[in-house]
Ligand binder design. Structure first.
Ligand code: CTP
Length: 414
């Protein structure tokens, strides 16, 4: 999903000065605390527009929130004068969508993509950062379906302010209370503003195999699953980057909302998409297993097996990474090296020849390491003969460490 919004970070002066926040309030007792939350946000300099779900009105009045936010409060798709409240305009307006309190009901609807009120419609069309503050009773908060739903929301890139422990509306005491308004504000400042080192940066990643057609039904491909590249795209997005993932044929589902997927099939298509986006990118990672050779031409229809022999003429494809290296300006360029022998020697040679800032080297004959595996064994190869041996790790861990290293090296480069 594209992320055309302005980055949501500090510009100096009052912390939230000039920032536009849509606060979604759902029907839980903690909704009464939203009056204080709106006051805090406005005091910090934010412009706040409130959307309430129908049941939120049982807990706090729209009038109170309208006075405190100094804005109209939205509760329905149509206001009293039957004017349509355009949810797309509301989501486009916002730098941040904050949903507090988040009830189990709205959580489940968000996860399953339901859209029976204005807040859900705004959520589904939002492209800004999203923060939610769940509030539930003890057993509800602990329920496996609620935990699973929170995990799915978090996997899709939504930030979750953990519920707090204390006295609950039911009279029970335990985890489930909505975080206090001061803590929600702190969370927004800490996690959304300060702790996203790649906020406002554009990352371009390629991943997966390429398929080179022989005829209408056959192709030359390879065993790459794309898992490593998708994990890298997710780790970059998790650090705030706006990511474009040019993905060869793959069954993987990319869930993070800050990743735009461009599906491609052939090396030529991957080349076109990568080159087209390269100038705007700050960080580029080429993890795709691009075919080195492709049939000179794809036959129309299906080749019949009449002949005892079939000769295919293969021509070398364009080396995408090498071309990007030649055109490199301020981009931080990462390549991969897949080797069966002389891992370090070949990886260093690729670092030089393709003008990369870093090469992720991996050996294909290492035990337990296969294209479809969850784990891999890699070495980061850097200029000046520097290497970092990561040993055997999950692809997610490798991706996270790679992104941390990219952040560190980019800072040193400046
Ligand atoms: N690569 C590319 N375009 C190609 C071939 C490879 O962009 N046509 C990139 C890969 O995405 C990877 C790097 O180049 O980041 C190295 O790929 P690898 O297969 O290890 O090496 P090759 O350059 O193809 O050379 P060789 O097969 O001879 O080792």
């Amino acid at each position: 999903m594209a992320h055309a919004k302005l980055p949501f970070f500090v510009t100096g002066g009052i912390m939230l000065s000039g920032k536009k926040i849509v606060l979604g309030i759902t029907g839980g007792i903690a909704a009464y605390k939203c009056a204080a939350l709106v006051r805090l946000l406005v005091k910090e300099g934010a412009e706040v527009k409130v959307i309430m779900t129908p049941s939120a009105r049982d807990f706090v009045t729209p009038q109170t929130l309208s006075v405190l936010s100094k804005n109209q409060v939205y509760t329905d798709f149509f206001d009293n004068n039957l004017v349509w409240n355009n949810h797309v305009q509301l989501s486009e307006w916002a730098n941040l969508l904050l949903i507090a309190p988040l009830t189990a009901n709205t959580l489940a609807k968000m996860v399953s993509g339901q859209c029976d009120n204005l807040l859900l419609a705004t959520y589904l069309s939002a492209r800004s950062s999203i923060v939610v503050a769940p509030a539930m009773d003890l057993e509800m908060y602990r329920h496996p379906s609620v935990s699973a739903n929170l995990k799915r929301l978090s996997d899709s890139g939504v930030h979750i302010v953990p519920a707090e422990t204390g006295e609950l509306a039911s009279g029970l005491s335990g985890e489930g209370r909505m975080a206090e308004p001061e803590n929600i504000l702190k969370f927004i400042k800490d996690y959304i503003l300060d702790k996203a080192p790649l906020k406002g940066k554009k990352a371009l990643v390629n991943a997966g195999p390429t398929y080179e057609p022989i005829d209408q039904v056959r192709f030359i491909g390879n065993r790459s699953s794309g898992k490593m590249g998708v994990a890298i795209a997710e780790a970059l997005a998790q650090q705030g980057a706006e990511v474009t993932l040019v993905l060869g044929p793959s069954h993987l589902k990319v869930k993070h909302r800050q990743i735009q997927v461009i599906p491609v099939e052939t090396a030529e298509e991957m080349h076109t998409e990568m080159l087209h986006r390269y100038a705007q990118a700050n960080i580029v990672v080429c993890s795709a297993a691009v075919a080195d050779y492709a049939p000179e031409k794809a036959e129309k229809g299906k080749i019949k097996k009449g002949n005892p022999e079939l000769n295919l003429k293969l021509l070398k494809t364009k080396d995408i990474l090498q071309e990007l290296g030649q055109k490199k300006q301020s981009q931080f360029l990462v390549g991969f090296a897949l080797e069966t022998d002389n891992l370090l020697k070949n990886a260093r040679e690729k670092l030089e020849r393709k003008n990369c800032d870093l090469i992720v080297a991996n050996e294909t004959n290492a035990e337990n390491q296969a294209f479809h595996a969850e784990n891999n064994q890699v070495i980061f190869v850097l200029p000046n003969n520097n290497t970092i041996d990561l040993g055997f790790k999950s692809k997610t861990e490798i991706a996270e460490e790679l992104v941390q290293l990219i952040i560190q090296k980019r800072t040193q480069k400046k």
